[in-house]
Design a protein around this ligand. Sequence first.
Ligand code: GDP
Ligand code: ZN
Length: 292
Amino acid sequence: MPVGQVIRSHSNIYYVLVDGREVECRPRGKFRLDRLQVRAGDLVEVRLEPDGEGRIEKVLPRRNCLERPPVANVDQCLVVFTLVEPEADYLFLDRVLVHVEQAGVEPLILLNKIDLVEEADVSAFVRAYRDQVGYRVLPISAAEGLGLDELKRHLAGRTSVLAGHSGVGKSRLVRALEPHREDVRIGELSARSGKGRHTTRHVELIHLTDGGLLADAPGFTYLEFQDIDKWTLRDYFPEFARYRAECRYSDCLHRAEPECAVRAAVEAGAIPASRHQNYLMFLDEVEAMKRW
Ligand code: GDP
Ligand code: ZN
């Protein structure tokens, strides 16, 4: 039975991408009762009917599953960031990166609006977040089309979600990627409606011309950390990993402990000081949340 990926739904009709073709599917009776069982991004087994429509027979196990936006099987998060307009907000960037790490999704940092800044500033950012932290970083300009061909190669064959402050260029980027699709909009999800888990807006995965799926609602902008404690937070800073075995204490939180190799790496300039500072701020935050 062919396997496809759900890209959107509308009143119990699911549009499933099967071999590059959009098939209109209705779920079998048992799924009909609970709409939450099938969501965008789900991989489903589809029985193709003679009339060209399909029936969803089975939802395959999810690799991961986000609540906001409600998308399953997300491969990567495009974290859009700028040095100017709006001014660089490293605390926000690092907070988003922690949420992305926690969700088990791979970040791809898109440094946008490079048409507005000096090359040296771009290089410094790449040195910090790619060379020192270890993330993939792509300098781009959505306005001038710089870096978009390489970005398309990262998008092909994968399911991606956007993140980033308002004004960093998420909508502009999608327009630059899909210039002929005027219908495509990147919209925020409105706040949760009432007590339910339903968001008030449907999420659609945009089927990109050069391959890949992209959610039309950004995510990872919640401020508070949930289900993170002080012992897990440090695991979401990948640049600590290669030093922490050298810390004197194996349960070192890299704060004030003696002979901390992570802090030594910060002092030696091998880990960006702002990353460690933001880590300490988050550490205080998750500890404060546990106090009551
Ligand atoms: P969003 O809130 O993240 O969706 O941001 P928008 O896509 O609405 O972009 C905010 C503003 O930044 C708009 O005026 C865009 O035209 C502008 N913008 C987006 N990308 C670039 C870029 O690469 N270079 C320049 N100079 N402006 C850009
Ligand atoms: Zn340490």
